[in-house]
Write a protein that binds this ligand. Sequence first.
Ligand SMILES: [Zn+2]
Length: 80
Amino acid sequence: MKPGTVLCHALWTIGPDPDRNPPTVHTACKECDEKSPVGTDRAASDLWALRHSGRTGHRRYHECVSVDLITRPTHEEPTR
Ligand SMILES: [Zn+2]
């Protein structure tokens, strides 16, 4: 830090980005490296896991959901 630097304490928040794309989801098998295609339809991801179980006997999965987020200072109005 050099002389003359101004520090400002501010509270920030994080939440869904109003300009976000729809959340995406995929299911990954925890017993092998296979995973469902990434998409916006959770039912399709679940169906992939059920079919994978029927085909392989694998029963443990990890659901991966991706949501766009945005941070902003609490004193700043949301853009929408
Ligand atoms: Zn598997």
